[in-house]
Ligand binder design. Structure first.
Ligand code: SF4
Length: 209
């Protein structure tokens, strides 16, 4: 029986992008195809600016689950009497998220979202697709709801994505030692290119767990 390796599952507010401030259950899958997740491998990773711990299954509610058990565990975290909003993230969630799990969540009428690097085809039926392109990769997810470009990113020009079929285009300052300067660059870019909106990682500023 197929199992899914999950780093953590928790109830929070979405911190960035279109759904900023919205209550959500985050399901963080283990593993990514652009970095092993180990610090000692970072220099040889395709994506070197990752700010997420997606290694292993030792986080809150982490573990290996079947589709049915994972659905139950996710829904247990939703405390409201309303449609659960589930954000699949990682790591790269498309390595594991499949139609079996999507369909299981549909049976309880959950609303699903994914945050993907866009290098792996997605299963049908995800309600909200947020794709965050990374330099030096081949992107196959060219349609969706939200394109969120971490910026500035060497080799990535926002102009190259403006015609891609997404409802919203966001620039998000890269979180590194130059973060303040990166934020100013993003603000300036959005002011001069209204196709783009600013996305801030509010959960980091506000310490939203
Ligand atoms: S693609 Fe996303 S999860 Fe993978 S290494 Fe890059 S930022 Fe981290």
């Amino acid at each position: 029986m197929k199992t899914y390796a999950v780093k953590e599952i928790y109830y929070t507010l979405q911190g960035e992008g279109f759904h900023t401030g919205r209550p959500a259950v985050f399901c963080r899958f283990s593993g990514c195809n652009l970095w092993s997740g180990r610090e000692e491998d970072r220099h040889k990773a395709i994506c070197q600016f990752c700010d997420t711990n997606f290694w292993g299954t030792d986080g809150e509610n982490g573990g290996k689950y079947t589709a049915e058990k994972l659905t139950r565990k996710i829904i247990e975290q939703w405390p409201l009497d309303s449609t659960p909003f589930i954000v699949f993230t990682g790591g790269e969630p498309a390595l594991q998220l499949d139609s079996e799990l999507i369909n299981e969540l549909k049976t309880i009428e959950a609303e699903t979202a994914i945050e993907t690097n866009g290098t792996i085809e997605l299963p049908e039926g995800i309600d909200w697709i947020c794709m965050s392109p990374k330099a030096n990769t081949e992107i196959v997810v060219r349609t969706g709801n939200e394109l969120k470009l971490v910026y500035p990113q060497e080799g990535m020009d926002p102009k190259d994505f403006e015609t891609w079929n997404f409802d919203y285009h966001f620039l998000q300052p890269m979180d590194n030692a130059e973060q303040d300067a990166n934020t100013l660059i993003c603000i300036d870019y959005c002011k001069n290119n209204p196709k783009w909106r600013l996305s801030m990682q509010t959960h980091k500023y506000l310490n939203i767990p």
